[in-house]
Design a protein around this ligand. Structure first.
Ligand code: AMP
Ligand code: MG
Length: 539
């Protein structure tokens, strides 16, 4: 079959790291090993529901191959191609602030690692392909709704320019899975599905925490060595030497992880993404967005919002807390690395750098969102601080607000215009215009006047300003209710909306007038609907 024969496997993770000697697929504690060999469990009726053509191209699968039964069979875990080496990874993590011990790939099975035509190296991993030694009490399966969400969001994030794991395919297994969606005692059968995820590495912060917590220094050393040599090779002075693991190199890796994590937080905040479960087992060592579960997109700008019902009381993983949580997670990673270096000082310095790096990046991102990159930094900061207070004061759609601002004709904002008339320019972004107080209208109008004045100092033409702002303020994001509509259709066997959404989200910063319905405010029916505003970890 064209495609599969040409895959060039090279299993770095398995080669570099010790594996589990026990090959039985029994749930257990796995010590002294970074992986367990485990085959996907076959399913009743595999069928391809959607795929990403960019990813199939990158991996060398042509259209015939993608359309073949074999493709659906392999990427739902029903057939293993020669050269693949299916395995689950071992790692631990802090969940909701508490040490959870061993977690591991409880429902993910990596098929293997391939070299790609662009000179890259990618791991192919099935999510939902059956139990592994790390499944704890779970069944290793995933349901269609969560798989649609992971598939679409991975690709949407990539096209937004946000670092992320990718998705090659979404397949139905043909089997049903029992789930209690809201953990409220109402389990139901749902359709099972598998997403094939793709990333250069699925190593998480929790990979390092587990051997550190267990005192397995050899394994910890091997994991750090693997990560640096394979994924941060530029930090190694002499790749042929065994002596790569001096304290400086480990500290340099930590610094890079911290900076890429800070950059990721800036991007999440810029586009209004809320991950929902930022446990340390869900943070990538490469700074990728990983593990799409009960994530959500801000409709109205509310820093306190979390989509995750499991986190509803603490709201630890709310939108506005994400940068702080990333730092907390980095401190856990730094603690694990400290077990190897015995030199806390550079690790601590990196944690301090993180905050500076994030703040500077977020200031730049906000300035760019307002089209003020070349304006006076101090005045810009005053304006961004003020707008971050104004936005949550009334339900304001974040995506529409910034897009609308980019479209504003500043010359038309007359100096003497009445406050109400000025604020009218932002009307499409407001969910409850009737609730706007006179005070908030005045405050917003004052902001708009100051904004106009500062914008005019940049010397940009109206067209330049709009182009620059539209390049960082997406028009199309995977609104929670849109994903839910695609899921509702997929549940009836119609996958058209998944493809349709994927197509629109491929060009999120471009005007696509024919798809304007995908860029409107969340409809009222979606305000409290499960799947649109409330999600749980159940998937
Ligand atoms: P998450 O909150 O999705 O990052 O999952 C935390 C841990 O629970 C990971 O080790 C998962 O693999 C595991 N897990 C979650 N759901 C399941 C499931 N249905 N079957 C097996 N393991 C699961
Ligand atoms: Mg996870």
């Amino acid at each position: 079959m064209p495609g599969f024969d040409d895959l060039h496997f090279d299993h770095w993770y398995l080669e570099d790291l010790p594996g589990d000697r026990d090959e039985s697929n029994q749930r257990r504690q796995v010590t002294g090993a970074a992986w367990s060999l485990v085959a996907p469990t076959p399913t009743g009726g595999p069928r391809l529901a959607a795929h990403s053509h960019e990813m199939s191209q990158l991996l060398g699968f042509d259209a015939d191959c993608v359309a073949s039964n074999r493709f659906a069979s392999v990427f739902s875990g029903n057939a293993v191609v020669d050269g693949m080496a299916p395995h689950a990874m071992n790692y631990g993590g802090h969940q909701f602030g508490n040490w959870a011990g061993q977690l591991g790939d409880g429902r993910a099975i990596a098929l293997g690692e391939v070299d790609t035509s662009d000179g890259g190296h990618q791991v192919l991993q099935l999510k939902g392909a059956g139990p592994t030694p790390y499944s704890r009490s779970g069944d290793g399966r995933a349901v269609l709704r969560s798989s649609v969400r992971e598939f679409l969001c991975s690709e949407a994030m990539h096209h937004l320019g946000v670092a992320t794991t990718r998705a090659l395919s979404l397949t139905l297994t043909g089997d049903d899975v029992m789930r209690d969606m809201l953990y409220d005692g109402h389990p139901e059968l749902e359709r099972g599905a598998v997403v094939c995820r793709v990333a250069p590495s699925f190593v998480r912060f929790g990979h390092f925490e587990l051997p550190a917590a267990r005192g397995e220094s050899e394994l910890l050393r091997a994991l750090v060595e693997h990560t640096i040599r394979r994924h941060f090779p530029h930090l190694v002075r002499d790749l042929s030497s065994d002596a790569t693991l001096d304290n400086d190199t480990i500290a340099a890796m930590f610094e890079e992880v911290a900076m890429s994590t800070a950059d990721l937080m800036v991007d999440w905040m810029r586009v209004g993404f809320v991950h929902g479960v930022m446990n340390t087992d869900n943070l990538s060592i490469l700074g990728l967005t990983i593990d799409y579960g009960p994530y959500g997109w801000l409709d109205d700008f509310d820093p306190g919002w979390t989509p995750n019902t499991t986190d509803a009381s603490m709201r630890r993983y709310r939108y506005g807390n994400q940068p702080q949580i990333a730092l907390w997670n980095l401190a856990r990673l730094g603690g694990a690395l400290h077990a190897l270096t015995d030199d806390a000082e550079p690790l601590q310095a990196t944690l301090d750098d993180y905050s500076r790096h994030f703040e500077a990046g977020w200031d730049r991102a906000l300035a760019a969102k307002l089209g003020l990159c070349s304006a006076d930094a101090v005045v810009t900061k005053q304006l961004t601080d003020e707008i971050l207070e104004i936005l949550p004061a009334t339900e304001t759609d974040m995506t529409i607000f910034f897009r609308q601002l980019g479209d504003l004709d500043l010359d038309a904002l007359g100096v003497d215009a009445h406050s109400g008339d000025l604020v009218e320019h932002l009307a499409p972004a407001y969910y409850r215009p009737d609730e706007m107080t006179a005070e908030l209208t005045d405050r917003t109008a004052t902001w708009l006047r100051n904004y106009r004045d500062l914008s005019l100092t940049t010397g940009n033409s109206a067209a330049e300003r709009t182009t620059a702002m539209h390049a960082v303020n997406p028009k199309y994001v995977l609104r929670n209710y849109l994903a839910q509509l695609a899921i509702d259709k997929a549940d009836t066997g119609d996958f058209g909306m998944i493809d349709g959404l994927l197509d629109v989200l491929r060009r999120p910063y471009e005007e696509q007038p024919e798809h304007d319905t995908y860029a409107t405010k969340r409809p009222d029916w979606a305000r409290e609907r499960v799947g649109c505003s409330q999600l749980s970890c159940s998937s």
